[in-house]
Design a binder for this molecule. Structure first.
Ligand code: ZN
Ligand code: ZN
Length: 81
């Protein structure tokens, strides 16, 4: 059964952490994504499951952060794909 919090996508909206960031029921408000605290709660230094559409060669949360949040700290829209 898929995680109800993130709808099984493993990512939630950073601004609305009770709503999925990806998938058919995605929040879509344009905020950055965060790993779902219920099913994708990676320890510091561990790699959370990546949302679809992000580069799977990324190997650390630090390397991935710029993809979900711009360097200016502004949220980036979710990748199209
Ligand atoms: Zn949202
Ligand atoms: Zn979840």
């Amino acid at each position: 059964m898929a995680c109800p919090r993130c709808d099984g996508t493993h990512w939630v909206c950073e601004s609305h952490p009770e709503r999925p960031w990806d998938g058919p029921n995605a929040c879509g408000c344009g905020a950055a994504g965060d790993p779902c605290p219920d099913c994708n709660d990676a320890a510091p230094g561990d790699m959370p499951l990546l949302p679809k559409g992000l580069d799977h060669t990324i190997t650390s949360i630090e390397a991935m952060r710029p993809l979900v949040r711009t360097s200016a700290g502004k949220p980036r829209r979710k990748p199209i794909k």
